[in-house]
Design a protein around this ligand. Structure first.
Ligand code: BTN
Length: 231
C-alpha cells in the first residue's frame, strides 16, 4: 500500500477523496491540518505534534451491514498503538479513545464511506492522535505527552499505527477495550437527553442500554460516561 506524507493539508480525509476514482488503497499523513474535521460537523484541532492519518480502503463483496467492523478495527488499532507507548486506553462507544481516570480523549476517528447498493465500496478512515501537541486548552483532551511525560516522535506513532491498521481484523481487540459497560451513561439522542446503563455493544455496532422503560439498542447517539463517584 502506498503511504504518502504531507507537511500540511486541509484535511487528510478530504485529500484522499480525490483518489477514489483510482480505486487504489492508500494512506496519507500530514504534520498539521488547516481544516481538520471531526464527527457531527465539528472541527478537529490539528496543530503540529499530532498524528493526522487517513486510510482509503476498497472492499469486495463486503455487506454494508458489517461496516461497523471497520470502526472497530480502527479503534482497536489505535488502542494497541497507544499501548506500545505506555498508556492504557479504553474505547467509548462507538470509537472515541479515552485515557486515565478522568477519561480524557487521546484520539478521534472519523470514518466516511461509499456504498454500492447493499455493499460497502470504500471507506476513508481518518484518525487524529494527540502525540505532543498542546491540548491544554481542551478540557476533555489529553496527549501521549501529557500521559507519559515523554516526547515521542510522531513518526514512531505513525509507524506503529500503520502496522496495527494493516493487521487482520480481530473483534476481540475492540471488545476487550470497552470498559464502560455496566456504568451509568447520559444519552443525547434527537435533541433529548436521558440516563441509562450501558450493557453491551452488539456485533452490528448498536449499543444496548437499560433505560427506565426497558432495553434499547442505540445505533447513533452521543453518550457521556458519568463519573463513577456520581453514580
Ligand atoms: C472526532 O473525534 O470528532 C473525530 C476526529 C477525526 C480527526 C481525524 S484527523 C485525520 C482525519 N482528517 C480529518 O479531517 N479528520 C480526521
Amino acid at each position: 500500500m502506498r503511504i504518502l506524507e504531507a507537511e500540511s493539508l486541509s484535511s487528510t480525509n478530504d485529500y484522499l477523496k480525490a483518489f477514489i476514482p483510482s480505486c487504489e488503497d492508500l494512506i496519507v499523513t500530514a504534520k498539521r491540518q488547516t481544516g481538520g474535521r471531526g464527527t457531527k460537523g465539528r472541527s478537529f484541532l490539528s496543530d503540529e505534534g499530532g498524528l493526522y492519518l487517513s486510510q482509503l480502503k476498497f472492499y469486495r463483496d463486503f455487506p454494508a451491514s458489517r461496516a461497523f467492523s471497520v470502526m472497530m478495527h480502527a479503534a482497536a488499532a489505535v488502542c494497541r498503538c497507544a499501548e506500545a507507548f505506555g498508556v492504557s486506553p479504553e474505547i467509548k462507544w462507538p470509537n472515541d479513545i479515552l485515557v486515565g481516570p478522568d477519561r480524557k480523549k487521546l484520539c478521534g476517528i472519523l470514518i466516511e464511506s461509499g456504498m454500492c447498493g447493499e455493499l460497502l465500496d470504500y471507506t476513508v478512515i481518518g484518525i487524529g492522535i494527540n502525540v505532543w501537541n498542546d491540548v491544554s486548552a481542551l478540557r476533555i483532551a489529553t496527549s501521549l505527552y501529557a500521559e507519559t511525560k515523554k516526547i515521542i516522535p510522531v513518526r514512531e506513532v505513525r509507524d506503529a499505527l500503520i502496522e496495527q491498521l494493516l493487521l487482520p481484523f480481530e473483534p476481540e481487540a475492540y471488545f476487550s477495550h470497552l470498559r464502560f459497560l455496566g456504568e451509568k451513561i447520559r444519552v443525547t439522542e434527537g435533541g433529548k437527553e436521558y440516563f441509562a446503563t450501558a450493557l453491551r455493544v452488539l456485533e452490528d455496532g448498536r449499543l444496548e442500554i437499560q433505560t427506565q422503560e426497558g432495553l434499547r439498542a442505540l445505533s447513533s447517539a452521543e453518550i457521556g460516561i458519568l463519573p463513577r463517584r456520581s453514580v
